[in-house]
Design a protein around this ligand. Structure first.
Ligand SMILES: [Zn+2]
Length: 235
């Protein structure tokens, strides 16, 4: 019986290590949250880049428009004051046109200043967003690397423990194993606990002298009167 109880205690330790490793495995960050965040930030970056591109293309349009307006104004000006026009009506009409072109030029210059300003601000935002995306990508890479390494380690631990478990189970009495599994299910995975001094380490309650004597004899299975776990008495 003593040998069986020792085996049962060993089984409990193996199962506890399997449970711990499985819990850690399930709680490992596989990077999916970070991946989602990265995708979102990438989409935002694409939007920002598109806005900047649009601003720059508007800017180019306005620059060309400004150039042609200035050209037209210069032409009209040379015509008006080049000494070839004698008709005062024609001159007045030209002057009106020149004024109009001058006003359009002014407006275009204002618009361009605004566009330059916008472009500068948008470019700075794009740069900042690129850095965010790069940082997240690096973090994701590290998270995934860690996940793969640690999960491989944990899977190895679990695999090894399962082999040990099989070896122990083969030597265990079937009825004892069934009891063990039942208690484990009801007691949060912990069916066999050590006695430390006179304390049950499962529930921290003292066990009676009578039970302690039974335990020392090691002739039968002894369960804690309080938590009903199987008690194991080590030397
Ligand atoms: Zn107990």
């Amino acid at each position: 019986m003593k040998e069986q109880l020792d085996l049962l205690f060993e089984l409990q330790q193996i199962d506890t290590s399997i449970d711990d490793a499985s819990k850690r495995l399930a709680g490992l960050d596989d990077g999916s949250t970070k991946r989602e965040e990265l995708e979102q930030q990438r989409a935002e970056l694409a939007e920002m880049e598109a806005t900047l591109k649009q601003t720059d293309s508007q800017q180019l349009d306005k620059e060309l428009e400004l150039e042609s307006t200035e050209e037209e104004r210069a032409q009209k000006w040379s015509r008006a004051y080049g000494g070839t026009i004698s008709d005062p009506k024609e001159l007045a009409s030209l002057e009106k046109k020149i004024e109009e072109l001058q006003r359009r030029k002014g407006k275009l210059e204002d618009t361009l200043l605004e566009l330059y300003d916008n472009s500068e601000q948008q470019a700075a935002k794009v740069e900042q967003q690129r850095e965010t995306v790069e940082r997240l990508a690096k973090e994701l890479e590290a998270t995934v690397e860690n996940f793969e390494r640690v999960s491989a380690e944990l899977e190895a631990v679990i695999g090894e423990a399962q082999q040990q478990r099989t070896a122990v189970v083969e030597k265990l009495d079937e009825k004892l194993l069934v009891d063990y599994e039942n208690i484990r299910e009801k007691s949060g995975g912990l069916a066999v606990v050590a006695v430390s001094g006179r304390l049950c380490t499962g529930c921290r309650v003292s066990i009676s002298v009578m039970l302690l004597e039974e335990l020392e004899k090691g002739k039968k299975l002894v369960r804690c009167e309080n938590c009903r776990r199987i008690l194991h008495y080590g030397e």
